[in-house]
Design a protein around this ligand. Structure first.
Ligand SMILES: NC(=O)c1ccc[n+]([C@@H]2O[C@H](COP(=O)([O-])OP(=O)(O)OC[C@H]3O[C@@H](n4cnc5c(N)ncnc54)[C@H](O)[C@@H]3O)[C@@H](O)[C@H]2O)c1
Length: 346
């Protein structure tokens, strides 16, 4: 272990935390000092596997350990107090997307981040994929006409909070946010959004159904979110965009884009990119550990006192698009201006 390794405390050691813990474990410049989960066995499991101490309370962890930074991987509803406590203690933080499920809470944390000056990064990992960065660079000198995005999932993640708007935020907030954020990375900020949702699949479990542990499921007790959503987006630049997302059970994950620009057509498939322009066709594939880059950039910034490319503000701006989409549904599909949703000054 490097003596100057960035000392990390993990909060929420469920699914995605294990990926970031795995990244930290294989690097000399990161040290897992402690892990915390409201379910103590999960924190203990993480501590046994990746080292450090286990806690069931994030504030106790912050107060008892010498931490440079938190890696916050709690579900969408469990944000706010943790980030504010970190800001009060000058502890930098990486936070998984979505940063919150309401703009009120995101605005509150944003204020704490700005007042404290802590370094932040949001886990929008697709932005750090080298092929997507190359596609963005190629597009940056051209007028973009259309940003067509989709996120199709072959079923529902088997986590109770996913099924409720007030816990997971719905598919637009929880997951399709990746595509809305990447749309901003490729084509700039969004001006307005129109949305429509539907629930197509029958999610009610049959009599005698025995729920499996984890994984994706095609039925779930208490399913209350829309399972299929379509958005029309208007970008500040004049580009148009669409987003289609669905978790209706089918057979494969599929997320990506087509981008139509002056003289170029881009396809993004997961973390890979392909484009054709006046110079011919280019295909770029991401390395298998491409998703580590978003955390590495954060810890590099903490170590050097530098900056990150996806600070908390970016998470707030991308959340606003999802919230505007659901707000449009509430208003009978009328367009909702992003400026109406964002906190003043963003
Ligand atoms: N970037 C990505 O590709 C990606 C992939 C998967 C998940 N995520 C995001 O990561 C977040 C977590 O998702 P997950 O699938 O790991 O969820 P999960 O339910 O598997 O894990 C979340 C953990 O947080 C714990 N927790 C809840 N409240 C807490 C609190 N106040 N303090 C400490 N621990 C608490 C839970 O007990 C659970 O163990 C979500 O926002 C999700 O969207 C991102």
């Amino acid at each position: 272990m490097d003596e100057m390794a960035v000392r990390l405390g993990f909060v929420g050691t469920g699914g995605i935390a294990n990926r970031h813990l795995g990244c930290a474990q294989k690097r000399d410049d990161m040290e897992v000092v402690a892990s915390c989960d409201v379910i103590m066995e999960r924190a203990q499991e993480a501590a046994n596997k990746y080292g450090g101490k286990a806690y069931d309370d994030a504030v106790a962890m912050m107060d008892n350990e010498e931490l440079d930074a938190l890696v916050i991987c709690t579900p969408p509803f469990a944000h706010g107090d943790i980030e504010e406590a970190a800001c009060e203690r000058d502890i930098h933080f990486f936070v998984e997307k979505p940063v919150a499920i309401s703009m009120e809470l995101a605005g509150r944390v944003l204020k704490a981040v700005r007042d404290s000056g802590v370094i932040t990064q949001v886990g929008y990992m697709f932005r750090k994929s080298a092929p997507i960065i190359a596609a963005q660079k190629m597009l940056s000198t051209r007028a973009i006409a259309m940003v067509q995005a989709h996120y199709y999932m072959p079923g529902l993640p088997n986590k109770g909070w996913w099924t409720k708007m007030e816990l997971g935020g719905g598919q637009l907030v929880e997951q399709a946010t990746h595509m809305l954020d990447l749309g901003r990375f490729l084509a700039g900020d969004v001006k307005s959004v129109m949305g429509k949702t539907s629930t197509v699949h029958d999610w009610v479990p049959p009599a005698g159904y025995e729920e499996p542990e984890g994984g994706l499921v095609s039925v779930k007790e208490g399913f209350e979110i829309p399972d299929t959503t379509a958005l029309i987006l208007e970008y500040e630049s004049g580009a148009m965009g669409t987003l289609s997302c669905s978790l209706v059970p089918q057979v494969k994950w599929d997320n990506g884009f087509k981008v139509v620009a002056e003289g170029a057509l881009v396809t993004i498939d997961g973390a890979n990119a392909n484009w054709t322009n006046e110079d011919g066709e280019v295909t770029e594939e991401a390395p298998s550990d491409w998703y580590d880059a978003v955390l590495v950039e954060f810890t590099d910034a903490v170590a050097s006192g530098g900056t990150t490319t996806i600070p908390y503000e970016e998470g707030v701006k991308s959340l606003a698009i999802s919230l505007a989409g659901y707000e449009s549904v509430k208003r009978g599909n009328a367009p909702v201006e992003i400026a109406e949703i964002l906190p003043v000054g963003l």
